[in-house]
Design a protein around this ligand. Sequence first.
Ligand SMILES: [Zn+2]
Ligand SMILES: [Zn+2]
Length: 255
Amino acid sequence: MYIDTHVHLNAEQYEEDIDEVIQRALDAGIEKMVVIGFDRKTILKAMELTEQHAFIYAVVGWHPVDAIDCTEKDLEWIESLAAHPKVVGIGETGLDYHWDKSPKDIQQEVFRKQIRLAQKVGLPIIIHNRDATADVIRILKEEGAEKTGGIMHCFGGSVETAKECIDMNFMISLGGPVTFKNAKTPKEVATEIPLDYLLIETDAPYLAPHPNRGKRNEPAWVVLVAEEIARLKDLPVEEVAKITTMNALRTFNIT
Ligand SMILES: [Zn+2]
Ligand SMILES: [Zn+2]
């Protein structure tokens, strides 16, 4: 049994065949999926999916790339949704310096507001970081984010950075990149970081794992991520499935 801790089943890429995608995931042993809503449209769709399927949970927040569009009203809405029994986290938030749609200062402000919101509602925070590690860590520290802890989603940093995040009460979530042949750093993280601090995710429809790299990703393929971690750690894949599932239930407080 597996949990895909970060999947965008609410993306338009699944409009045509979402039922088949979900069925393939269930057939592959993915017992729960956490759908991330990160703007008005995808939050609504994520909430809809939680109503339709007992095994789907939602994380709601505002993506750093679109931080410039985030209003006070949006944050109030996210706060009100946090009371929903199937909303299990706030995010994905964080910083993304790869795209320049939203200026850095606005990204940082919207990030800080969501860390505070997560503390107010008592939910873990899901972090998206691209090319912004130093600022992400500084802000998490300044805002006392270890109070709620959370997840470094699709972690792409070094072993050193992973340890720093673990010390701040964050879990390290690995996705498709750990399976890529040339992905030296994610493989080091999978090898060095104890299984107790690892989660698995697809981030589908993005970042499909090897040998499906470049295709539309889907939650069934989280198994490929688990298999690669098992190979690197020289453990049975059942062990990786079991421990990462327990980690996910604990992190999201799913009973
Ligand atoms: Zn992300
Ligand atoms: Zn994502």
